[in-house]
Design a protein. Structure first.
Ligand code: SF4
Ligand code: SF4
Length: 221
């Protein structure tokens, strides 16, 4: 717990996001997530301000994942705290320390992450199905429609395909991989989901080889 708190406290933004706390509850009163979840930004800030290590560790098991990162709290706090920013720092520490809560939260998004990392896009329209997104409820039926037919009905030229818009230029993909490597995203992913990490490294290697072949061809020309 101490190691986790040390990481939170030593984050470069920590002192900027936490300046004291009146315990006034304005942040919680305006927080949309507090309306729906067992979650209170006031509680998070108090835990950090009083350095309640057990409470911080406990909040990192579930509560910090309820924040929607809208920063309404930061706009309202009379102390100019940013509870949403503090939650972000706690999430980073949770990832770094491989807490089980991170794995639980990310599990439903594995497909989306694979799509983002392998193609650079988040979601192809044909991935939106009731089976893949049961948490969307009955309204998904409005989206889960015969997309090929619907697209043909659009009067502007869309190439009538589900795929073309989702193909990312090879060079762009390589640049994205470089950013993920340099910023530590891949390192974090390895801690959270080593199987997904292995798949993504394979995809990256393949694309890099493809890109290198393309460069070699250009040199020959
Ligand atoms: S950033 Fe998070 S804590 Fe702040 S108001 Fe939005 S949901 Fe609530
Ligand atoms: S973080 Fe700010 S708004 Fe929230 S309880 Fe503390 S002083 Fe009040």
């Amino acid at each position: 717990m101490e190691a986790i708190f040390d990481d939170i406290r030593s984050h470069p933004l920590y002192d900027h996001e936490l300046n004291g706390c009146l315990n006034c509850g304005i942040c919680t009163a305006t927080c949309p997530s507090a309306q729906y979840y067992d979650y209170s930004p006031r509680e998070i800030v108090q835990l950090l301000w009083t350095e309640n290590l057990e409470g911080i560790y406990d909040a990192m098991q579930e509560k910090i994942w309820a924040c929607a990162q809208c920063y309404t709290c930061a706009a309202r706090c009379p102390f100019q705290n940013s509870p949403g920013g503090l939650v972000m720092i706690m999430r980073e520490a949770a990832i770094k320390h491989g807490l089980q809560s991170v794995k639980d939260v990310l599990r439903p998004f594995t497909r989306v992450m694979l799509k983002v990392i392998s193609t650079g896009n988040q979601l192809a329209p044909n991935m939106i199905t009731p089976q893949a997104f049961p948490d969307w409820g009955p309204n998904i039926s409005k989206i889960d429609a015969p997309l090929t037919v619907l697209r043909k009905a659009i009067p502007v030229p869309t190439l009538h395909t589900l795929d073309t818009a989702w193909i990312v230029n090879l060079k762009t993909s390589i640049e994205l991989y470089t950013i993920w490597e340099e910023t530590g995203v891949l390192q974090q992913l390895e801690v959270v989901d080593s199987s997904l990490y292995d798949v993504i490294v394979d995809v990256m290697d393949e694309k890099r080889n493809e890109y290198q072949d393309w460069l070699d061809e250009q040199d020959e020309d």
